[in-house]
Design a protein around this ligand. Structure first.
Ligand SMILES: Nc1ncnc2c1ncn2[C@@H]1O[C@H](COP(=O)(O)OP(=O)(O)OP(=O)(O)O)[C@@H](O)[C@H]1O
Length: 249
């Protein structure tokens, strides 16, 4: 087993994942994520973005390959230890808002902090602060069913940021938002990540969203690909002479 580079907070090597029905989720993906970096994982629908985020976060175990977090091997951890790692160090945002309907908005946003052992009062203060930043502070005492889908997604983003996780996995986090909302919410998310030193792994098929990241890794059919711009062909018109293709690496 080769140890990962010291400055990578997350490091994965040769990840393979196959679903129970035989669908190939990942076919040999390797990557490193530096501390504090915002890394976009791009690619079309079905290319393996969600599967990669699930494997990197320890939500599922890859069939083969290695995942390291801060030089600690995640791929050899038991499910219970992986669960504790996710609770204490990682945050997760789904493409659809998932909240506990019986709890108020602020209780939902404070939940990860309380599960980590932070007192109720401190958790509430942090939750309210993040709900304000995401423009849903006025709804703190309501239950999720009184909010719109877009507001519920903002609550999920506040909930993920409140504990200042070491790594935030955001899978199409702005999918339920209108275009106008999207830019504002993404800016809040990236600004918060940069000011709190949170590393972000951002799954997205949207080039504009990926443009906010420091770097993009693109997937195609479960493999990482590199976009290569070919030089112009001498004598050909500009539009004919330039081409881009993706190579498996
Ligand atoms: N639960 C599942 N059971 C079987 N196959 C699955 C399952 N989830 C995903 N897949 C398959 O695994 C491959 C990768 O899917 P994945 O959801 O990781 O891609 P994605 O890039 O996140 O797509 P999207 O942008 O649509 O969310 C696809 O071929 C998909 O059909």
């Amino acid at each position: 087993m080769v140890a990962p580079p010291d400055n990578d907070v997350l490091w994965a090597r040769a990840l393979h994942y196959r679903y129970d029905d035989g669908s190939p989720g990942l076919s040999g993906v390797s990557l490193g994520v530096r501390e504090g970096e915002i890394l976009a994982v791009g690619g079309p629908r079905g290319s393996g973005k969600t599967t990669l985020l699930r494997c990197l976060s320890g939500l599922v175990a890859a069939r083969s390959g290695e995942v390291w977090f801060n030089s600690v091997p995640v791929h050899t951890m038991s499910p219970v230890v992986r669960e504790r790692l996710r609770r204490d160090r990682f945050g997760w945002i789904d493409p659809e808002p998932v909240l506990v309907p019986e709890l108020t908005v602020w209780e939902n946003a404070a939940l990860p902090l309380m599960l980590r052992g932070t007192g109720r009062r401190r958790s509430r203060t942090a939750a309210l602060e993040w709900l304000e930043r995401l423009d849903v502070g006025d709804s703190a005492r309501r239950h999720p069913d009184r909010l719109t889908q877009a507001e519920r997604q903002r609550v999920c983003i506040a909930r993920a940021l409140a504990p200042a996780p070491a790594v935030l996995f955001a899978d199409e986090p702005t999918a339920p938002l209108h275009r106008a909302d999207r830019a504002h919410v993404l800016r809040t998310l990236t600004t918060a990540a940069r000011s709190h030193g949170i590393t972000v792994v951002l799954g997205t098929h949207d080039a504009q969203t990926a443009a906010l990241a420091d770097r993009t890794v693109s997937l195609l059919d479960g493999r990482s690909v590199r976009t290569v711009h070919l030089p112009p062909v001498p004598g050909a018109a500009e539009s004919e002479g330039r081409a881009a293709c993706s190579l498996s690496v």
